[in-house]
Design a protein around this ligand. Structure first.
Ligand code: BES
Ligand code: MN
Ligand code: ZN
Length: 496
């Protein structure tokens, strides 16, 4: 789809459909709405009067213009109360618009921008629109494209001086959306298709396309690296593990990298500590952390961020079999620390442990990991946001600021001594499960044992990775939450 920026008055735009953003109960103050009302013989005022459309958040209304305007239809898009409107109001409104049938049937669509919109709001509109219309069609046979005819989307500014900046904002919004969609698509692929090997080839293909450096360790090389924790998780599966290393350096040669680690369990049955059957299919998304870090480093390179980045993705499938790790087994991690496996379903922290230790090779300035790590995260923040933990106030504050700006919410949990105690084993250095209490925190307390002397942040995206019903710009399915958060963080990165 083509995204075009331009300047003009909404009355003269030659397009099938034009979108006008509206503040709540703002008819009297909105000159464009009043002009439209005049041309449509009072139709708009009557909508506001009857309450059929009032500009409430995510409210929409389609008007046919019957030759009273150059555009065939006008879609009114509510932003909500003027003083509460922010970038996400635009993102949501655009996401809602994307799924309006009249919009899908419009070959050409134009968003009219005449409210002094910030550049970031224009990026948000692009994101909302592209993310809202996302639909995973890979596994549907037959022609499903009949319902989506939109070929070009214009962004027409009423103010010529803004339109150059808007052009840049369009590109940024499109690029970010493509990163989110990449993560969503990888997460949606089933376990029989997206094996550790297939994920690694995907990473290699992306690296080639976006000139990133890519190394993939196979099973033998993983053994040579002494990644005993990753191997212990992988050993029950017919699918061999992989370890992906991607590098982008848009900074100075001497810049220490920020290392981004994502959990890459391509399917999590729980292993011998087998999960219940209900919803187990959702565990095809247990590589979402890895998909996010792939998407983030790709976007960083496309956005030419002046940073040195490394992405690490440990990949394995967690299966029960005659070769699988047993509860009670003791394994040796890359770092040399021994771990008693209490529960083979606590596999994510094991593969992350070896990746965190591997990060030392890069002498990182900071390390961030993201993972669908604990079911307990659901009982911390529900579906509304992701728990974060870490060891550096400036890094945590930067993450919180990025969460605010991206509307991908996070909240910090404490890492107290009590939680560290729960992860000690009586027979080995550590155990991999501390039981039910504070499960999200004890998982992070386990990971902390494998970090080096650097700032570290951990993001648990269990449950926010998957949308059950559908939100304005998050259709049912994998959300890609974390991609926009981390791109926002890296876009404003300051040395810690
Ligand atoms: N991948 C799961 C966590 C998960 C559960 C993510 C539900 C998304 C939805 C993880 O590997 C896991 O099974 N964690 C266990 C840990 C426990 C055994 C200590 C959990 O949360 O139950
Ligand atoms: Mn598990
Ligand atoms: Zn898992």
């Amino acid at each position: 789809m083509k995204l075009i920026s331009g300047t003009g008055e909404f009355t003269g735009i030659d397009t099938s459909t034009i979108v006008l953003f509206c503040f709540e109960k703002d008819f009297a103050a909105d000159r464009d709405l009043k002009e439209l009302n005049k041309r449509l013989n009072g139709a708009v005022q009557s909508l506001y009067h009857s309450g059929e459309f009032e500009g409430k958040r995510n409210q929409t209304f389609v008007l046919h213009t019957l030759n009273n305007l150059k555009a065939g239809r006008v879609v009114l898009a509510g932003l909500g109360e003027k003083k509460k409107v922010d970038d996400d109001s635009y993102r949501q409104a655009a996401g809602t618009i994307a799924r309006v049938p009249s919009v899908k049937k419009s070959e050409t669509l134009a968003f009219f921008l005449n409210k002094n919109e910030k550049e970031s709001a224009v990026s948000a509109i692009v994101e909302g629109f592209l993310l809202g219309r996302f639909d995973m069609k890979d596994y549907k046979t037959g022609d499903d494209n009949k319902n989506d005819l939109t070929r070009s989307v214009s962004f027409i500014s009423g103010n010529a001086r803004l339109s150059r900046a808007y052009g840049k904002a369009l590109v940024r919004g499109e690029l970010i959306s493509e990163a989110v969609i990449l993560a969503r698509r990888l997460a949606a692929h089933p376990g029989n298709i997206l094996t550790p090997k297939a994920f690694a080839s995907e990473a290699q293909m992306l690296a080639k396309k976006h000139s990133l450096k890519c190394t993939v360790l196979d099973e033998k090389q993983i053994r040579e690296e002494k990644m005993g924790a990753l191997l212990a998780v992988a050993q029950g599966s017919e699918q061999p593990p992989r370890f992906v290393i991607l590098e982008y350096n848009g900074g100075k040669k001497t810049d220490k990298p920020i290392v981004l680690i994502g959990k890459g369990i391509t399917f999590d049955t729980g292993g011998i500590s087998l999960k219940q059957a209900a919803d187990m299919d959702e565990m095809k998304g247990d590589m979402t952390g890895g998909a996010i870090m792939l998407a983030v480093i790709t976007a960083a390179s496309r956005l030419k961020l002046p940073l040195h980045l490394v992405t690490l993705v440990p990949l394995a499938e967690n299966m029960p079999s005659g070769k699988a790790t047993r509860p009670g087994d003791i394994i040796k991690s890359r770092k040399g620390k021994t771990v008693e496996i209490i529960n083979t379903d606590a596999e994510g922290r094991l593969i992350l442990a070896d990746a965190l230790d591997y990060a030392n090779k890069f002498h990182p300035q900071a390390v961030i990991d993201i993972a669908t790590l604990t079911g307990a995260a659901l009982f911390v923040l529900g579906y509304a946001g992701a728990p974060i933990l870490g060891n550096n106030k400036r890094l945590m504050d930067a993450l919180k600021a990025a969460a605010h700006n991206s509307a991908e919410k996070v909240w910090e949990m404490p890492l107290w001594e009590e939680y560290r105690e729960l992860m000690k084993s009586s027979i080995a250095d550590l155990k991999n499960s501390g039981g039910r209490p504070a499960g999200t925190i004890t998982a992070a307390a386990f990971l902390e044992n494998f970090i080096g002397d650097w700032p570290w942040a951990h993001i648990d995206i269990a449950y926010v990775d998957l949308e059950k019903s559908g939100q304005p710009y998050i259709p049912k399915g994998p959300t890609g939450i974390g991609v926009r958060l981390l791109i926002e963080l890296l876009s404003h990165w300051k040395k810690l």
